[in-house]
Design a protein around this ligand. Structure first.
Ligand code: NDP
Length: 445
């Protein structure tokens, strides 16, 4: 593989798509060795075929706001690769959404889904629509208009979207309602559905729970556990919430949460009551970070700062891409962090990752750590197909087992001669080998 040539060609073809190019480079660097050892990959030109999406649907979404004004947003679905199963990946509604971000997320999703042990291909979609500050009725009208286009390319055996930033249970409900009306069928076409209409228990908390189950396995390789550890978490969305609950349950003290404006440091740690309070704030569409520090006066709000300056044993970045840079990594290392597990997708910059690996910190990438979300979506699809609903314990046990299995795959392909596990390499190689061999089996299509 001539990595630099591949990257130069891609940069020329897709100028300015920085997040996408960053994600491709990270994967190619990790798989270079295994790729070169298997000449049949090169003869089938797997790299050129895997780095480009199968197709991209772009569409406009027109909707009417509460004042009667017509609004126009952009909608996308990037169907990246379906060699091992139907396309699967979330929808993101956020003003920062563009093609580069969705292509990076869709590309990552291929390998993440492959790691889950379930038959799911990779995709991603969304819109530059900003749900913040919108009324319920506006969100409903937007979701309905979005689905008027999207429904043409999705289906339970074709492409099954889920939530992501800005798309939670409420949005999935509005999207599903419109799909059902258009398609005239009740099928498992979206995951993250409500429990009364085909959803799975544990799905809302699955990404965060899975992240902590994965970090637990990482810690166990060093004879460590969550018990008594100080944990720094960023964000307070779907992922951060589940991670905070599970880490607390396992005996850790979660001392930070954050938002785009800054972070909260609570030296006393979160507990069930505080988590419930945060959820209430979130559900009422309010800013959560400042009110929290008024309600719990021991907690301090640090405006414009990130939580990575706090002394902690375990860091769980759960907010967004590139939210942990080199300076942040230096702070964490200086303060004695032992484990960094990415709940979000690509939250650490390449420079930060390099630093963690250099210092032999237990570091694992989002595609392994946060795969519990899509894995539980896969379990939701299975329940829908069987027209069954598994009890909470059963879903949780399956999720836990999947996270253990993902960890084993990372160790298998990422452990070096000295016994250090490079989880970035392990996750990328394991994810790639399964998809690439499926592509080989199925010919050039
Ligand atoms: P949410 O929208 O539920 O939460 C995102 C959280 O991060 C919010 O608390 C948000 O604050 C905060 N945030 C956003 N931007 C920043 C920033 N620049 N700095 C600090 N905090 C910020 O999203 P999810 O929890 O669903 O997703 C979080 C990450 O996890 C994403 O990378 C997503 O792709 C990934 N992921 C999600 C999965 C899922 O099942 N939901 C599955 C796998 C990965 P505020 O609300 O105030 O803007």
């Amino acid at each position: 593989m001539n990595l630099e040539k591949i990257m130069n060609d891609l940069e020329k073809k897709h100028p300015g798509e920085n997040e996408y190019l960053q994600a491709v480079r990270e994967v190619l660097e990790s798989i270079e060795e295994v790729y070169n050892e298997n000449p049949h990959f090169e003869s089938a030109n797997i790299i050129d075929r895997i780095v480009e999406p199968d197709r991209i649907l772009t569409f406009k979404v027109c909707w009417v706001d509460d004042s009667g004004k017509v609004q126009v947003n952009l909608g996308y679905r990037v169907q990246f690769n379906n060699a091992i199963g139907p396309y699967k990946g979330g929808l993101r509604f956020h003003p920062s959404v563009n093609l580069s971000i969705l292509k990076f997320l869709g590309f990552e999703q291929i390998f993440k889904n492959s790691l889950t042990t379930l038959p799911m291909g990779g995709a991603k979609g969304g819109s530059d629509f900003d749900p913040k500050g919108k009324s319920n009725a506006e969100i409903m009208r937007f979701c309905q208009s979005f689905m008027l286009e999207l429904w043409k390319v999705i289906g339970p055996e074709t492409d099954v979207p889920a939530g992501d930033i800005g798309v939670g249970g409420r949005e999935i409900g509005f999207l599903y309602g419109m799909y059902r009306k258009l398609a005239r069928e009740n099928t498992g076409v979206l995951t993250g559905k409500g429990l009364n209409w085909g959803g799975s228990l544990i799905r809302p908390e699955a990404t965060g729970f899975g992240a902590v189950y994965f970090a637990k396995e990482m810690l166990a390789t060093k004879g460590e556990s969550f018990q008594g550890k100080v944990v720094a978490i960023s964000g307070f969305g779907n992922v951060a919430w589940g991670a905070a609950i599970k880490a607390t349950e396992l005996g850790a003290k979660v001392v930070t949460i954050s938002g785009p404006d800054g972070y909260i440091y609570d030296p006393d740690g979160l507990n069930a009551e505080k988590i419930d309070y945060l959820l209430e704030l979130r559900a009422s569409n309010q800013d959560i970070v400042k009110p929290y520090s008024y309600e719990y006066p021991n907690a301090q709000f640090h405006q414009g700062k990130r939580p990575w300056e706090v002394k902690c044993d375990i860091a769980l970045p759960c907010a967004t891409q590139n939210e942990l840079g080199k300076e942040d990594a230096l702070n964490l290392v200086k303060n004695g962090v032992i484990c960094v597990a990415e709940g979000a997708n690509m939250p650490s910059t390449p420079e930060a990752i390099e630093l963690f690996l250099e210092h032999k910190i237990l570091f694992a990438p989002g595609k392994a750590v946060n795969a519990g979300g899509v894995a539980t979506s896969g379990l939701e699809m299975s329940q829908n197909a069987m027209k069954l609903s598994w009890p909470r314990k059963e879903v949780d046990e399956r999720l836990h087992q999947i996270m253990i299995s993902i960890h084993e795959q990372c160790v298998k392909y990422g452990k070096d001669k000295e016994g250090f596990v490079n989880y970035v390499k392990g996750a990328n190689v394991a994810g790639f080998l399964k998809v690439a061999s499926a592509m080989l089996d199925q010919g050039v299509i």
